[in-house]
Design a binder for this molecule. Structure first.
Ligand code: FES
Length: 114
């Protein structure tokens, strides 16, 4: 089974994922998990990520957590996608550190504008 590179745009990390391995499993194996893990079966929605670029196969996912309009924008559950090419992903929701950093940057920008 071919192996693909997955680049996480949120964290700046890359890791290898086999085509028959879920992106969540590959993240966990290299210790680069950026989303919470729950059911591992596409039902809880905890492991939501966004695929920005690249092809993948998708297993069954809860439509409550990934409605068709979200799927059309690349939102998927990491436990249910299998890469078929190199992928670029983002974490959804983003880790707390990224949210704090964005808020700090926005505050600094606002203060500089005064
Ligand atoms: S861990 Fe529950 S949907 Fe992925």
């Amino acid at each position: 089974m071919p192996a693909y590179q997955v680049f996480n745009r949120t964290t700046g990390d890359s890791f290898t994922c086999n085509g028959d391995q879920s992106v969540l499993k590959a993240m966990e194996l290299v210790g680069k998990k950026c989303v919470p893990v729950g059911c591992r079966g596409g039902g809880c929605g905890f492991c939501k990520i966004r695929v920005v670029e690249g092809d993948f196969e998708c297993g069954k996912m809860s439509k409550v957590h990934v409605p068709p309009e979200a799927l059309a924008q690349g939102e998927v559950l990491a436990c249910r996608i299998y890469p078929q090419a190199d992928l670029t992903i983002e974490c959804v929701p983003q880790p707390v550190d990224a949210i704090v950093e964005q808020a700090t940057r926005a505050k600094q920008t606002t203060q500089q504008d005064r």
